[in-house]
Ligand binder design. Structure first.
Ligand code: 7RM
Length: 656
């Protein structure tokens, strides 16, 4: 976060109350209601979650223990049996929602489709049978590498229906990143499309799959299913590749949902950490179903008349919890949009809001800041009066962006929910409840009922009011990750032992810095580790550095984030070249392209700085703090006494 943002946040005293109108019909109607729920949950968390699980979900068989906590390993609703696809589909078919729109899809260029609950159920059952025919069994992992089309949600729900954990890989990831994830997950089948639409152009997806699977690099993969979306020529490998529509047409629509154990794995989703390769975050069936369901219901105040739109991609956790599972489990209408604002159509988001009468809109601060720059005339030329609630996610929202969102998009009548959470938490953890919470621009406000969040020092002790510290959670919750796929040690050390447990009490370490103000409001200050947040996308510095050093010209690389007005952060890479290589504009371009090939465009450095040394401690650690100051063009302040070679600083300044 930039210095000016921090200063404006520290001065923020404005308070915004939900309108009486909004509160009256909301699920949680007042601050007192919230506080009562919060206290009940705190006093007896197991009772609180058990009552909700009973009321909100359909169980084939009830659990016998609510929580089995063997820190840091937790099991929720032990021996309960359910299926999230049943909760998202079948149970709505016996109600009037049978013919309600489940998914409204707005595609590019100009395609659209509305799928009712009955139709979605049929498609999911058929595709579940397709997977079975391809030999996918309960427990087998399925990779999903798709554009934003309904088939992505259908594939996820079909996997869940037969108990095959999915691993969705964002369509913007390169063949290399895709291969790493498919290998780690040992995927048996991969679902993809020929291509997707991105800013008026076709992005090839199937060729990336071919590249990832070439030369038997992922031996576990036996079949690929390809949705025809963009219809360009692609290679189809005989005996391996199948067209979605061919298989789907022949499949029976009869496929009862498999009764899954609460703790059966529902999905793996890869996310970046500060060290090593991305981690496969594991979520399980019962706890995740409940947590994504109840957070969607209360935080977005879902009512049956709502048209709900979350602009995330299904390749991220926000898409999992708040495009697919949460909204569908609640029987809501969820909108999926394939497009993105672009020069040829900068007002496209507002066109979608107007076209479908969107009532709830959930997006990221980076998008809001881009909208501000595009100009108020775009939203002002559309009728946005259907909107009644706005949400923000992915990174801290600066008060200026919050105020613009409130005034220009929300017409000063829509509550804003600034939702803090992570891939690991499964659902939103710190957030306003829109009918109850008075909001302060830039603050995620209070923990969701049942979430015991705190700001602590490295000893695990609560820090004082307005003092910065580490954001932690003191009690397990149903949506929490259960492990890191194939690496329980990494799970333990990254999240639960970073702050050493005391007297058997384990704290979940989120990796974010935070502060609580005099009124108990949480202010999230950004990552405290080497995780970057580029336009709300999470990336590890190490990942980008490994990509850079895999280029033959690079001897050493150090990557830092530099504050950016729109993206939040952008990537600056400091590079030491191999002895026989010379810095050049051309090489700089080539290295950027290389990172795009190795990881994807989201990891492309915006700046390459060649150097002949890096600031290191005597023990050889790169001092990123110094590089961050240099990248931001700030004075290097603070302690530099551990710097091994002080002349490095002058050299680096000369380069900048
Ligand atoms: C949902 C998601 C998680 C990281 C997290 C934070 C940052 C997310 C907010 C936020 C401030 C917010 N999952 N973050 N939401 N920071 N205010 N409302 O983004 O796993 O991809 O990223 O994102 O640093 O640790 S994620």
């Amino acid at each position: 976060m930039s210095q000016s943002t921090i200063e404006s946040i520290l001065q923020e005293e404005r308070l915004f109350s939900p309108s009486t109108e909004f509160s009256q019909t909301a699920h949680i109607k007042s601050l007192e209601d919230y506080q009562r729920l919060y206290q009940q949950a705190k006093a007896d968390p197991e009772k609180f979650w058990a009552e909700l699980a009973e009321q909100e979900l359909h169980w084939f068989q009830k659990w016998d223990t609510v929580l089995d906590w063997q820190p840091p390993f937790g099991k929720w609703f032990v021996n309960g049996k359910l299926n999230i696809s049943y909760n998202c589909l079948d149970r709505h078919l016996t109600t009037w929602r049978k013919n309600k729109a489940a998914i409204i899809w707005e595609g590019e260029p100009g395609d659209s489709r509305t799928i009712t609950y009955a139709q979605l159920h049929r498609e999911v059952c058929q595709f579940a049978n397709v997977l079975k025919q391809l030999g996918v069994k309960k427990g087998d992992r399925v990779g999903v590498y798709m554009p934003m089309v309904p088939e992505a949600a259908i594939a996820m729900l079909a996997c869940a229906r037969i108990g095959a954990p999915h691993s969705v890989i964002f369509g913007g990831f390169s063949a290399e990143a895709l291969r790493d994830r498919l290998i780690d997950a040992e995927a048996k089948v991969v679902i993809t499309a020929d291509g997707g639409w991105r800013k008026d152009a076709i992005v090839p997806l199937k060729p990336q799959i071919d590249k990832a699977l070439a030369n038997g690099a992922v031996p576990s993969v036996q079949n690929v299913v390809v949705v025809k979306r963009t219809a360009q020529d692609i290679h189809m490998e005989p005996g391996r590749d199948n067209w979605w529509h061919d298989l789907q047409q022949q499949a029976s629509p009869d496929c009862p949902a498999e009764p899954m154990d609460s703790e059966d794995m529902l999905f793996i989703l890869y996310t970046s950490g500060s060290t090593g390769k991305p981690k496969g975050v594991v979520h399980t069936t019962g706890g995740y179903n409940l947590y994504s369901h109840i957070t969607t219901k209360w935080i977005f105040d879902l009512q049956d008349t709502d048209v709900y739109w979350c602009t995330a991609d299904v390749g991220w956790i926000t898409g999992h919890s708040y495009i697919v599972y949460g909204p569908l489990s609640n029987g809501a209408t969820t909108l999926m949009y394939e497009g993105a604002p672009r020069k040829s159509n900068p007002g496209c988001f507002w066109d979608v809001v107007e076209k479908y009468g969107v009532t709830i809109f959930y997006t990221a601060p980076t998008a809001i800041r881009a909208f501000i720059k595009m100009g108020d005339h775009l939203p002002k030329a559309r009728n946005l009066s259907s909107l009644r609630l706005l949400g923000s996610v992915g990174e801290p929202i600066n008060p200026e962006a919050w105020m613009w969102y409130h005034k220009v998009i929300g017409g000063e009548r829509c509550p804003i929910v600034d939702t803090w959470w992570q891939t690991e938490t499964g659902g939103v953890m710190i957030t306003p409840l829109p009918g109850a919470t008075q909001t302060k621009p830039g603050s995620a406000t209070f923990p969701f009922p049942g979430i015991i969040a705190d700001v602590v020092n490295l000893d695990g002790d609560t820090v004082g009011e307005n003092e910065g510290g580490y954001l932690v959670v003191r009690h397990p919750w149903p949506g929490m990750l259960r492990t890191v796929y194939g690496n329980p040690e990494r799970f333990r050390t990254t999240y639960w032992e970073h702050i050493p447990p005391k007297d058997g009490k384990y704290l979940y370490f989120a990796g974010d810095g935070a502060r609580k103000d005099n009124d108990g409001y949480f202010w999230i200050m950004g990552r405290v580790d080497d995780v970057l947040n580029i336009s709300g996308h999470r990336l590890g510095t190490m990942e980008v550095e490994s990509a850079l050093v895999s280029h033959p010209a690079v001897a050493e690389a150090a990557v830092v984030g530099k504050p950016d007005e729109i993206k939040g952060e952008e990537i600056v890479a400091f590079i030491i070249l191999e002895g026989n290589c010379q810095p050049s504009e051309e090489l700089s371009k080539e290295l950027k392209k290389h990172v795009t090939q190795e990881i994807g465009a989201i990891a492309r450095p915006s700046e390459i700085r060649f150097s002949d040394a890096l600031p290191k401690t005597r023990s050889g650690k790169i001092m990123r703090r110094i590089l961050r100051s240099l990248a931001a063009g700030e004075e290097v302040s603070g302690d530099t006494s551990t710097l091994e070679d002080k002349s490095v600083l002058d050299k680096l300044r000369g380069e900048g």
